[in-house]
Design a protein around this ligand. Structure first.
Ligand SMILES: Cc1cc2nc3c(=O)[nH]c(=O)nc-3n(C[C@H](O)[C@H](O)[C@H](O)COP(=O)(O)OP(=O)(O)OC[C@H]3O[C@@H](n4cnc5c(N)ncnc54)[C@H](O)[C@@H]3O)c2cc1C
Length: 402
């Protein structure tokens, strides 16, 4: 039996980040995943890249994990959003709001490795041997995860960072709302003749958005969303046919496109927990809310959970209070619920507004794009929203210590 301040279920992006934030605050944490996290980053289990917003980068810098990925992170200097063949488009230039890039594209495995390396410097952090979660037991003053092999990990709080199908969430009796999109995203790396100059370009088409996001050299990360049956068919095409289908949809503004692989299809679904906390349990990341990648905000939203949870737990410990008490977890729930619900609702609205070819709807969205493009305050607000710097932010997202 192992006892800590927090037991974290899930050692992917959210679980490793929350472990590091709590460790930085001086808390003892135990992390467990059904797969070995070191082996996971060495393989190609997660081939995705992530658009990290400015506030997320500030958090990762404050946690000492950014320097290790900085050289391999590609800055986003411009964003272009276009709607099919419409001449109206949105163009965000980072200089509209300051000197810093709007965000960076990082390879998920690079970030996981940086988080694992940083975690290894904290004596109070234990990465338990892999194990699947079987039971959750709540006793006065403690919560325990019981693993399938009988091991028991106990702490003041169990943090569910175990993804969209979270076992912790189910065991805690937290219900979810699900909205299937019947869309899937094809992910690949694309080589191109012309330089991207830091441009992230997203083109909305009736089947779903196609985005090319800047990587080092003349390469971009592709996130191409289509109805699921179409996505599966396209993903099986050979490289020449795949490049031709992509060029047909995306155009040739980057020159000749070449898929570099590996290629994978991710089915999409909106899943949101009705509550993010239960007795001695808190959810973070996709376990709390999984969303469509159209706005590249899923993990950024997860980091906002991480910042808020670490802050309320660290403040409790500093005051000599129980970091897993109902008051502390209620505070976390209060800080996160509205922000997550509003981002999910706006992202879902965006998907539905753009994933069709209905004439009057096309007219309305082009009007919307035109308004945001031409009215500077709207545009600045949209950019700051994408950068994650709007509103009252927890300390870590402002780049301050937890
Ligand atoms: C195509 C695509 C593109 C995306 N692009 C972006 C982007 O540009 N920007 C952005 O911010 N977000 C993006 N996202 C979202 C982002 O990838 C996710 O929000 C993020 O990866 C979620 O991480 P997580 O750690 O919460 O969950 P997961 O990555 O799902 O990790 C859950 C972990 O828990 C473990 N686990 C699960 N069940 C159990 C169990 N029963 N027992 C033990 N362990 C268990 C798993 O092994 C896994 O390691 C994108 C998503 C997709 C699909």
């Amino acid at each position: 039996m192992q006892r800590a301040d927090a037991v974290i279920a899930g050692a992917a992006l959210s679980g490793l980040s929350v472990a590091l934030a709590l460790a930085e605050a001086g808390l003892e944490v135990v992390i467990v995943d059904r797969t070995d996290p070191r082996a996971a980053v060495a393989g190609d289990g997660d081939i995705r890249t992530t658009a990290i917003s400015l506030s997320s980068r500030r958090l990762l810098t404050a946690l000492g994990a950014w320097d290790a990925v900085a050289d391999r992170a590609e800055p986003i200097l411009d964003i272009r959003v276009s709607d099919g063949d419409s001449p109206i488009h949105l163009h965000y230039d980072h200089r509209t709001v300051g000197d810093e890039p709007m965000g960076h594209i990082i390879v998920n495995n690079d970030l996981k490795k940086a988080l694992l390396d940083r975690l290894a410097t904290f004596p109070g952090v234990t990465i338990a041997p892999p194990g699947a979660i079987a039971e959750l037991a709540i006793t006065p003053g403690a919560a325990s995860l019981v693993l399938a092999d009988g091991r028991r990990l106990s702490g003041a709080v169990v943090v569910g960072a175990d993804g969209r199908e979270s076992a912790v969430r189910a065991l805690a009796g937290l219900r979810v709302t699900r909205l299937p999109y019947r869309q899937s995203s094809i992910v690949d790396t694309i080589g191109h003749d012309r330089p991207h100059h830091g441009l992230a370009h997203e083109r909305f088409l009736p089947g779903g958005p196609v985005a090319l996001l800047p990587l080092s050299g003349n390469r971009s990360a592709l996130v191409w969303t289509e109805r699921t049956a179409v996505a599966e068919r396209i993903a099986r095409l050979d490289d020449d046919a795949f490049a031709a289908a992509l060029t047909e949809r995306f155009g040739d503004s980057f020159g000749t496109l070449r898929p570099l692989g590996p290629r994978r299809v991710f089915p999409l679904e909106l899943v949101v927990a009705e509550r993010f906390v239960a007795e001695r349990v808190a959810l973070v990341g996709d376990a709390a809310h999984a969303m469509h990648p159209v706005a590249g905000q899923g993990f950024n939203l997860g980091l906002r959970d991480v910042a808020a949870l670490a802050e309320v737990m660290a403040d409790a410990v500093r005051l000599g209070l129980d970091p897993g008490s109902a008051t502390v977890l209620r505070d976390y729930q209060r800080r996160r619920r509205f922000d997550a619900a509003s981002l999910m609702a706006s992202t879902d609205g965006l998907v539905r507004l753009f994933s069709n070819d209905i004439g009057p709807v096309r007219g309305v969205r082009d009007l919307g794009l035109g308004v945001v493009e031409r009215i500077p305050p709207f545009k600045r607000m949209a950019i700051r929203h994408a950068m994650g710097t709007l509103g009252t932010l927890p300390r870590l997202l402002r780049g301050e210590p937890v």
